[in-house]
Design a protein around this ligand. Structure first.
Ligand SMILES: NCc1[nH]cc(CCC(=O)O)c1CC(=O)O
Ligand SMILES: [Zn+2]
Ligand SMILES: [Zn+2]
Length: 334
């Protein structure tokens, strides 16, 4: 009989008293370069480089400024990027024609990036909002509702244009019903189905945390909001149905966006679809919040803790504006 009446099965501290044991207690939560994807804002002007006032340390780059920045990041371990195009002089119209025109900055840059960084996985955000005159993610009817057929047709055309131009992943963020099938069909019709994957923004919520991003992209809707296509923040049910639908339509990867307040959705999605790699988009509002938290050391610990918790909840890859910092922190640790 032990004198203190400790019952062995109630003693947890015997299992995590050093760093190695603690690592064993945190399975599948490590942060390695392949667990991180870096969003990149690409300008029309090849020589352009602009800071983003609402997002410290984030830049909009022309391709000639992006290349040296990427060289440094790839040398530091960067494995994947997610490209957003920004137009300043190209026309915005009702159907987002500039999204897939030959002058679109993404279409123009893909082959250059691919040639310079053959091992970098390149995803392209697919949406109409940066290119439409009304700023919505789909095509509208005369009454201002989403024109479903026209929207899905355009989204598939844009995805195909990026796929043909060299994207490894097309990532539709528009939230139009049935776009995954339309994109997959377009890839198959062009014999690209085994060279391009589809990362669905499957569980994307109508969040108030996209503000800094919309400043950056100049992509706020001119009128109305996105609540008729992005999901209501309180709805786990629609998130489950959206993921199920996108899996049925052939999505290769799923996503939950934003990340931190939605980790229950991450867990629910991972439990239901353990065989589909799951992404989290740590969005611009999350970036703004964490950037402002504490001094540099504190901020870095908060960031890494947040990423660990995202991995614990079931995320395989986290899309984050902190990627350059994270790569530095990872390489320092080794
Ligand atoms: N298709 C829009 C889109 N693509 C990426 C983000 C958000 C990214 C972020 O906030 O970091 C959004 C949000 C939106 O404006 O609805
Ligand atoms: Zn959009
Ligand atoms: Zn988008």
């Amino acid at each position: 009989m032990n004198p203190l009446f400790l019952s062995p099965e109630h003693i947890l501290q015997g299992g995590y008293f050093n760093a190695t044991l603690r690592k064993l207690q945190e399975p599948n939560t490590s942060i390695e370069p392949h667990n991180i994807m870096y969003p990149v804002f690409l300008l029309e002007n090849d020589e352009g480089m602009q800071t983003v006032s609402s997002m410290p340390n984030v830049f909009r780059y022309g391709i000639n400024k992006l290349m040296p920045a990427l060289t440094e990041l790839v040398n530091n371990g960067l494995k994947s990027i997610l490209i957003f195009g920004i137009v300043e002089t190209l026309p915005k119209d009702a159907i987002g024609s500039s999204a897939d025109s030959v002058n679109n900055p993404v279409v123009k840059a893909l082959s250059k990036i691919k040639a310079a960084f053959p091992d970098l996985t390149i995803a392209c955000d697919v949406c109409l909002c940066p290119y439409t005159s009304h700023g919505h993610c789909g095509v509208l009817t005369e009454k201002g509702a989403i024109d479903h057929a026209a929207s899905v047709k355009r989204i598939a055309e844009v995805a195909l244009a990026y796929a043909k131009a060299g994207a490894d992943i097309v990532a539709p963020s528009d939230m139009m019903d049935n776009r995954i099938k339309a994109i997959k069909d377009a890839l198959i019709a062009n014999s690209l189905q085994n060279q391009v994957s589809v990362l669905s923004y499957s569980c994307k919520f109508a969040s108030s945390m996209y503000g800094p991003f919309r400043d950056t992209m100049k992509s706020s809707p001119m009128a109305g909001d996105r609540k008729c296509y992005q999901l209501p923040p309180g709805s786990a049910g629609l998130a489950a149905r959206a993921a199920a639908r996108d899996v049925a339509e052939g999505a290769d990867f799923l996503m939950v966006k934003p990340g931190l307040p939605y980790l229950d959705i991450v867990r629910q999605t991972k439990d239901k679809y353990p065989n589909h790699p799951l992404f989290i988009y740590q969005v611009s509002g999350e970036y703004a919040m964490i950037s402002r938290s504490g001094d540099e050391n504190e901020m870095e610990s908060i960031l890494m803790e947040t990423l660990t918790c995202m991995r614990r909840a079931g995320a395989d890859c986290i899309i984050t504006y902190f990627a350059p910092l994270i790569l530095n922190l990872i390489s320092k640790k080794q």
